[in-house]
Write a protein that binds this ligand. Structure first.
Ligand code: F6P
Length: 338
C-alpha cells in the first residue's frame, strides 16, 4: 500500500512539548482523540505528556510522557485512558497557580483540553491568567457547544439511547404500557430529540420546546383515540416540566388512569461503550487539527466540524451556551409522531 503522508508542519516558536488532558464527563471518542494528539505530536517530533484526571492532574503533578505505542489499541475503547474529573481546585486562582507550576516544571506551554463547556471555560481562564496556550476539542455527549455541529461522543450516545429505547418498546408493546424514558443532555435536547425521532417516540420533551403539561395530556388523549395501545415518551433530563421524570409520570397517571405507566432512566449507559466509526474518525481529525494548530502558534480555539470541514471556533464563542435545536427537526418529530 502506498502511504501518502502530508509534510510535517514547520515548528512555530520551536514548540517541543505539549500536554493533553480529558476533563468533565467522559465521552466515547476521547481515547481516539488522545491517540491522534499523541501520534501527531510524535510525527512532528514533539514530546507529548498525558495529564491524568483532568485539571486535577496538573495540580497534583500526575503527568506521564506518552508515545505512539502508549496509545495503541485504544481507538475502539470507550471512557478515557487519561481518566477524567471535574476539578474543584482548578476553579480557584490558587489551584491554577499550582497547575502552572507543574507545567513549568515540564516546560510545557501548550495543552489540548478535551472536554465540554466547563472544561473549555477552565482552559480559557487558565490561558488568560497564565499565558498557557490552550486548544480545545469538544468532548461531550451533550452536543451543547456552539460553532460545531457535532461534539465527540454525541453520535455514539445517540445510538446507545436508540438501541435502549428500541428494547424498551418491545416490552411496552407487550404490556400496553406508556413509558417515560429519560435521556441525558444536561440543558440541551439534542439527544432526546434525535433519539426520539430515531426510535419513533410519540412525544419528545426537551427544554428548547416548551410543551406544557396540558398539551401533553391532549396529545396522549389523541394517541389513545387513534388506537395507540402503548407509547414511548422521551424526556430530556433538562426538561423541567415536572421537576423530574417520576413526578411527571405520576401526574400523568392521575389524569390518565387508563394507562399503565413506567419510567426508565437511561443514565450513564449513554456515556459508555465503544465509539461509533463517526466518532472515531471525528476524534482522529480533531486531534490532528489540534496539534497542527499548536504548531501554527494558534490558541484560544476549539476545534469543531461544520458540514464535512474541520473548523476552529474561538473558545469564548464555543462556550456561549450551546447550539440551537433545528426547528425543522422539531416539526418533523411532531408530524411523524401522530
Ligand atoms: O455532560 C455530560 C453529562 O453526561 C450530562 O449529560 C449529565 O447531565 C452529566 O454529565 C452527568 O454528570 P455526572 O457523571 O457527574 O453525574
Amino acid at each position: 500500500m502506498v502511504k501518502f503522508v502530508q509534510p510535517k508542519q514547520k515548528l512555530a516558536n520551536k514548540i517541543k512539548k505539549i500536554g493533553v488532558l480529558t476533563s468533565g464527563g467522559d465521552s466515547p471518542g476521547m481515547n481516539a482523540a488522545v491517540r491522534a494528539v499523541v501520534r501527531c505530536a510524535e510525527f512532528n517530533k514533539i514530546e507529548c505528556f498525558g495529564i491524568y484526571k483532568g485539571f486535577d492532574g496538573l495540580i497534583s503533578d500526575n503527568i506521564n510522557k506518552l508515545n505512539a505505542r502508549s496509545v495503541k489499541n485504544i481507538v475502539n475503547k470507550g471512557g478515557t485512558i487519561l481518566k477524567s474529573a471535574r476539578s474543584n481546585e482548578f476553579r480557584s486562582k490558587e489551584g491554577r497557580i499550582k497547575a502552572k507550576e507543574t507545567l513549568d516544571k515540564y516546560q510545557i506551554d501548550s495543552i489540548v483540553v478535551i472536554g465540554g463547556n466547563g472544561s473549555l471555560e477552565g482552559g480559557k481562564i487558565f490561558e488568560e491568567e497564565h499565558g498557557v496556550k490552550v486548544i480545545g476539542i469538544p468532548g461531550t455527549i451533550d452536543n451543547d457547544l456552539e460553532g460545531t455541529t457535532f461534539t465527540l461522543g454525541y453520535d455514539t450516545a445517540l445510538n446507545t439511547a436508540v438501541e435502549a429505547i428500541d428494547k424498551i418498546r418491545d416490552t411496552a408493546i407487550s404490556h400496553n404500557r406508556l413509558f417515560f424514558i429519560e435521556v441525558m443532555g444536561k440543558g440541551s435536547g439534542h439527544i432526546a430529540l434525535n433519539a426520539g425521532i430515531g426510535a419513533g417516540a410519540e412525544e419528545v420533551l426537551i427544554p428548547e420546546k416548551k410543551m406544557g403539561i396540558d398539551r401533553l395530556l391532549k396529545s396522549l388523549k389523541h394517541s389513545e383515540k387513534s388506537g395507540k395501545s402503548s407509547s414511548i415518551i422521551v424526556v430530556s433530563e433538562g426538561e423541567k416540566i415536572g421537576d423530574n421524570v417520576f413526578k411527571f409520570s405520576s401526574y400523568i397517571e392521575k389524569n390518565f388512569p387508563s394507562y399503565e405507566i413506567r419510567v426508565s432512566i437511561l443514565g450513564h449507559i449513554q456515556r459508555g461503550g465503544s465509539p461509533s466509526c463517526f466518532d472515531r474518525v471525528l476524534a482522529s481529525r480533531m486531534g490532528v487539527y489540534a496539534v497542527d494548530s499548536i504548531l501554527k502558534n494558534k490558541s484560544k480555539i476549539m476545534v469543531g466540524i461544520k458540514g464535512d470541514k474541520i473548523i476552529e471556533v474561538p473558545i469564548s464563542e464555543a462556550i456561549k451556551g450551546g447550539q440551537d435545536i433545528d426547528r425543522d427537526l422539531i416539526r418533523v418529530c411532531d408530524i411523524i409522531s401522530i
